[in-house]
Write a protein that binds this ligand. Structure first.
Ligand code: S3P
Length: 182
């Protein structure tokens, strides 16, 4: 529950933010939480906290498949409450995850170019799958149909501030009756 425009709101169901690394999912999630006073959880941080290991370590020791299975398990956990969920950039790689997001909530795709994403990522070492600009371009293109299949709405983030993107999302949530007045 929160207050925005002097009215107190809660979310009707989970709102998932999806998009490539550096699209701003975590920052926009935190800004939405601040603006609406509703809970936001970063799925990668939640996974690392529960596993007591970093994602880089999980990839290095157990590989991507093991990471993806954990990601699905925690996505299901987090979907049990109406909150904002900033997902990991590869969440759409498993059809099961797209099905979970469709079943439980509303999904917003944050679009970004590879150039802008690279500029925003300060520490690529914590992101095992962000190798270089060319690979990022290819991965974004490869994943675009998956992001689009999962998304109920899309927002362009390139060249836009976190607050502007969050404001557009608030409008989308209002239009789709996802903000419930208490
Ligand atoms: C990944 C993105 C990362 C993290 C993992 C894999 C990906 O999340 O889940 O390194 O496959 O794109 P962010 O998008 O939050 O960086």
């Amino acid at each position: 529950m929160g207050t925005w425009n002097n009215v107190s709101w809660s979310l009707d169901k989970p709102v998932y933010l999806i998009g490539f690394m550096g699209s701003g999912k975590s920052s926009v999630g935190a800004e939405l939480s601040r603006m609406l006073q509703v809970e936001a959880v970063d799925a990668d941080v939640y996974l690392e906290t529960c596993e007591r290991r970093t994602i880089a370590d999980i990839f290095a020791r157990d590989g991507e498949d093991a990471f993806r299975s954990m990601e699905t398990r925690y996505l299901k956990d987090l979907s049990q409450e109406a909150r904002i969920i900033s997902t990991g950039g590869g969440v759409v790689k498993r059809a099961q995850n797209i099905a979970i997001m469709h079943q439980f909530g509303f999904t917003v795709y944050l679009q970004v170019t590879a150039e802008e994403a690279a500029g925003r990522i300060s520490d690529a070492s914590s992101r095992p799958l962000f190798r270089n600009l060319e690979t990022a371009r290819l991965t974004i293109e490869e994943r675009r149909p998956l992001y689009e299949c999962a998304a109920d709405a899309s927002v362009n983030t390139t060249g836009r501030s976190i607050h502007t993107v969050a404001q557009e999302i608030v409008g989308i949530l209002e239009k789709n009756s996802l903000l419930v007045e208490n």
